[in-house]
Design a protein. Structure first.
Lengths: 346, 346
DNA sequence: GTTAGCACTCGCTCCGACTGAGTGCTAACA
DNA sequence: TGTTAGCACTCAGTCGGAGCGAGTGCTAAC
């Protein structure tokens, strides 16, 4: 037995209906509600039986309708990918509006992107920034905050990414810090964040006049070095969206899901980064995360500064509105890639 | 009929039990499980009937036990206030550990505080920072980020509070920006954030050489001016904690609650600021927020830089573990006041 | 190949019986 | 006069059976 055009049409109808209602779909529903060539429910029934044998449908119990399997969703999403859906102009304008181009802080940009996508799709959204270590230093600035402390600002090709406070000698003037910043920028420009610390250590001796600042700078960079090992900024939007789906009406399930979102480490492992423009679909246990057995996740990648990859993931019930999600993701990855490329050009 | 010592003991027992179990408490339970002078359930029953008449207990239906009323909780909390509970050293050490003293960015500090309190109490926590407009400017720094943009950093007596990007002329050097920052700081130091913009407008003409920077600075400050009207930083921690309580096992209720947390504006109205060290308790509808009918909220205030008040609020089910929450809040407000006072002294 | 018809399955809902925790009242006791 | 044992009463929750209805699989006819 083979998959044919008619079976495919029926399967699509079933998936569409299930996405809409979250209820097992019966043969009569398909026959009446969807245009599948005016076939009677009996014929549909035969076809559905075949589709089940082929592994595309599951039956919760004998007297219920049928439910699409993971295999079916995968087929469905693949067919959508080829159709290359475009976001209606109204929606893309709205998204653009939520993402003020003014944000240069990576943190804020990612945060906004996560919220915008979550709102547009109605699902939970996770955005991962580019890997910290890979970013290239554009400049370092040390700005006095008080007599004893200063703010360390690191500007990279991807964004302004980190600001920690460091301690300074009492009486250190803004001018002195300015000079140090100048020199550091000259020396370290172009290195990746991962390379800064070792280089800085080598420079230690040349900067005796500013020993205190250097010491505390080294410490701060060491901290960044450690923190940034294999790390990237992660933002989550619309965590509570999942609650509106009957799949998560059980409070316990909802709680494990929401707790999972708060454990950033787990999220990080979830956000594997692919190549730009390629979508990855993971269904249920494939995500490898506890509490996501009833979820599916679509991930798409973007690049910052033309090279550092990051990713956006939309997490929803398995019966997600894949078409719409794909459109939003396509738009947003393009937008982020452009925005972050532009900022690197500036 | 009057409230007496014995009635009070019984009421406390009922509240304690209800906080623990979330189930109406019967006379037998009080008699057996709690030490209220070895009275029989019949006696307790009479007392409970009196307590109901006095408005301290409610009865969901005839054959159920009794449930404390809002009036009862208020009495309970008041008695706890006098007892002045101290946090066990282990817990305070843990809290201290979560709040790295290194954070000078108000945003981060508040965020951490919200999460730490949420974790310590197991309830949802909202932290409101000091009012933006009231803070006094310590210095302004403009730091180049790229050829066309610079980061505006405003340091106030309470914290480093805002960083927006502004546009600069192509070819503006770091030195030029440094000089402008210098001058602006000299001119504006000591003003409140609310006063900066008007003053800056007056200065406009004196700065012809840096017209572009000034223009964009004015625009940025205008934006801050508008945004900061009556505003303060708000951070939320442990939003999903509410889900573990049977009061919120209904997915719909949980959703409205979580949505409420995302609407920062509503939260802001919720966080009325009182005097330092004073606790405010609001129960159910008193909060004035839809979706919080089954919640109670305890708020405590702290001061930043010895004068600007902010507040921490813990939101949980009405049957909250008030004793513990009060201890945590007492610790945290003291901690925040100290941390923010020290940073203003530096 | 398609369809009408029919027997069969099985989760859901409605309903009445039963259970048990808890109350209020009364009468007796210290 | 306060306390307690006893008892009738209340009522939400649970359990189990009946009935319903959506849906299936199979068969026979078109």
């Amino acid at each position: 037995m083979e998959m044919d055009e008619r079976k495919l049409r029926i399967l699509h109808a079933i998936i569409d209906d299930y996405i809409l209602t979250a209820m097992p779909v019966g043969s009569r529903t398909v026959s009446k509600k969807y245009n599948v060539g005016g076939l009677s429910s009996a014929t549909i029934r035969n076809e559905m039986s075949d589709l089940e044998a082929l592994g595309y449908l599951d039956q919760p119990h004998t007297s219920a309708g049928r439910v699409p399997s993971a295999k079916a969703y995968r087929l469905y999403v693949e067919s959508l990918l080829n159709a290359a859906p475009k976001l209606p102009p109204g929606e893309s304008a709205k998204l653009r509006g939520q993402l003020s181009a003014r944000e240069r802080q990576l943190h804020d940009l990612i945060e906004r992107a996560a919220h915008a996508v979550a709102e547009a799709t109605g699902y939970t959204t996770v955005v991962a920034g580019p890997a910290t270590r890979e970013q290239r230093l554009r400049s370092i600035q040390i700005v006095p905050v008080s007599d004893h402390t200063a703010l360390l600002i690191i500007v990279t090709d991807a964004a302004v990414f980190k600001d920690t406070t460091i301690r300074t000698d009492e009486g250190t003037t803004a001018e002195q810090l300015f000079v140090v910043s100048r020199m550091l920028t000259d020396q370290l420009q172009g290195l990746t964040v991962g390379e800064i610390w070792p280089r800085l250590k080598g420079m230690q001796s040349c900067l005796r006049e500013h020993a205190r600042v250097m010491y505390s700078l080294l410490e701060a960079m060491g901290r960044i070095e450690r923190d940034s090992a294999d790390s990237r900024e992660i933002a989550v939007g619309g965590g509570s969206n999942i609650l509106q789906f009957p799949e998560y009406s059980d409070a316990n399930k909802a709680r494990t899901f929401l707790n999972m979102l708060e454990a950033r480490e787990k999220l990080r492992t979830l956000m594997t980064i692919g190549t730009e423009g390629v979508f990855t679909l993971r269904i249920g246990a494939e995500t490898g995360i506890q509490g996501m057995e009833d979820c599916a996740m679509i991930t798409a990648s973007y690049t910052a500064a033309g090279e550092h990859p990051g990713a956006i993931g939309v997490i929803g019930p398995v019966r997600m509105r894949y078409g719409h999600v794909l459109s939003v993701l396509a738009f947003m990855t393009r937008y982020l890639s452009e925005a972050l490329f532009m900022s690197s050009e500036l």
